[in-house]
Design a protein around this ligand. Structure first.
Ligand code: SF4
Ligand code: SF4
Length: 425
């Protein structure tokens, strides 16, 4: 038996109270107990005890979990659901034989997404596809439905994927008051280079020397989340080695999933005496970029803007890192902002790492639900702190005919603090 699933009693104090159920996006959509946190915890226990077979049906209910950890935030008993579902996924992947199509798809995602070279090539190919108008293939029946659904997430020409090679050291604009590390990452440096550039600009404008260690590519979050623990830990080890010993005040991330995974490095390496101390040192310094900027005494609102703004909580920022008030306060402090509260801001948009590619049907329902709530705000811009949410919500808004812009917190702040923010696209 998987050691993580065998450890279940240590990490799970579930008393079946059901207080988490109303916060679970899959329960909100499906309404079935087995697709709620309480139902899944019971299922994991039964799998561990061997009273329920590990077959396509039981695996299906675990697969449908987004890993959003909303249940963890609401649970009064401190159940660490994120660790439970990661352990359960590792258990499933090591013991259950999926169809060849599922094996190929999941294997490809776990190998390709963490590889910046592959992702940069992918980003380059997408830019050319967009220029040549091939994006329109997404709407035709020439391609299989599953491929067409994935193509929905490709960006519009005005928001292309762009890669960036960040310098190892970027000096601050004036005197250095802080020194920070920044995770280059995999998807971020390959497809969201503009957001990295905004992040570095904001930091250097506010007295930070920014260090980007070249060894820190993928942090391991995606494979860890998908049950490929061996691959995830290998990537995590590289990231720990890159940041440990770097003389910085904080290790920053601008992708919610990366930050959430890195904060748990200590727990991931608790049984690895050679790595544990270094992993704990790095984990203790991890901060989301909005959280860090919020804590800077010199971070003051720049230009006035005239934009209606709403904010969506990325699950791994809210539930994985407890970052909720800081980005909101940074945004509200910009002069001229008209703030509009988003209904169900904390409900997952269905992106959830690779969930929208592996579970497109339910991911699409959650994205449509999110887009309806966003449209109802009447906002010009929706701000959020995770690249996956941006692609997911942009696609859903497009499908509902909306022109509301969806931008990363760092991009919006950089735009507002330097040029004044643009309203709708
Ligand atoms: S996970 Fe927490 S909130 Fe949910 S049923 Fe168990 S104890 Fe209750
Ligand atoms: S992680 Fe999210 S989808 Fe999974 S059980 Fe918890 S609330 Fe539901």
């Amino acid at each position: 038996m998987s050691s993580k699933l065998a450890d279940f009693e240590d990490s799970g104090n579930c008393i079946h109270c059901g207080l988490c159920i109303a916060s679970c996006p899959t329960f909100l959509e499906l309404g079935t107990e087995i697709d709620s946190p309480r139902g899944r915890i019971q299922l994991m226990r039964s799998l561990r005890d061997g009273t329920v077979p590990l077959d396509d049906t039981s695996v299906r209910h675990l697969d449908l979990c987004l890993g959003c950890r909303a249940c963890e935030t609401t649970c009064p008993s401190g159940v660490r659901y994120g660790a439970l579902i990661e352990g359960a996924r590792e258990f499933v992947e090591s013991r259950h034989r999926r169809s060849w199509w599922e094996r190929m798809k999941r294997g490809l995602l776990n190998r390709a997404l963490p590889n910046p070279t592959i992702m940069k090539t992918f980003g380059w190919a997408v830019r050319w596809m967009t220029r040549l108008g091939l994006r329109r293939l997404a709407g035709t029946r020439l391609l299989p439905a599953s491929v067409r659904r994935s193509l929905r997430y490709l960006p519009e020409p005005e928001t292309p994927f762009r890669s960036v090679n960040l310098p190892e050291i970027t000096a601050p604009a004036g005197a250095a008051r802080h020194r920070v590390g920044l995770l280059a990452g995999c998807v971020m440096q390959s497809l969201f280079g503009d957001t990295h550039a905004s992040t570095v600009r904001l930091l250097t404008q506010h007295g930070c020397e920014v260090r980007v260690p070249p060894g820190a590519g993928c942090c391991g979050a995606l494979p860890l989340h998908n049950g490929d623990r061996e691959r995830g830990l290998a990537l995590a080890r590289r990231t720990v080695a890159a940041f440990d010993g770097l003389d910085v005040d904080a290790v920053l991330t601008n992708a919610a999933g990366c930050g959430a995974a890195m904060r748990e490095y200590g727990a991931h390496f608790k049984d690895h005496p050679g790595y544990r101390a270094a992993a704990e040192r790095v984990a203790a310094k991890v901060r989301d970029v909005a959280e860090f900027l919020h804590g800077l005494p010199e971070f003051a609102p720049g230009r006035s803007v005239n934009v209606k703004v709403a904010y969506h909580d990325a699950c791994h920022l809210l539930n994985g890192q407890g970052v909720e008030a800081q980005p909101r306060e940074l945004l509200k402090n910009i002069a001229g902002i008209e703030w509009i509260d988003l209904q169900e801001a904390d409900v997952c948009c269905g992106s959830a790492g690779t969930y929208n590619l592996t579970e497109p049907e339910l991911a699409g329902r959650l994205a449509a639900r999110k887009a309806r709530n966003v449209v109802a705000t009447g906002a010009d811009v929706l701000v959020t702190g995770n690249p996956g949410c941006i692609l997911q919500i942009r696609a859903a808004l497009r499908e509902q005919g909306s022109t509301i812009r969806v931008v990363h917190t760092a991009d919006f702040l950089a735009e507002a603090y330097t040029h004044g923010a643009q309203a709708r696209s």
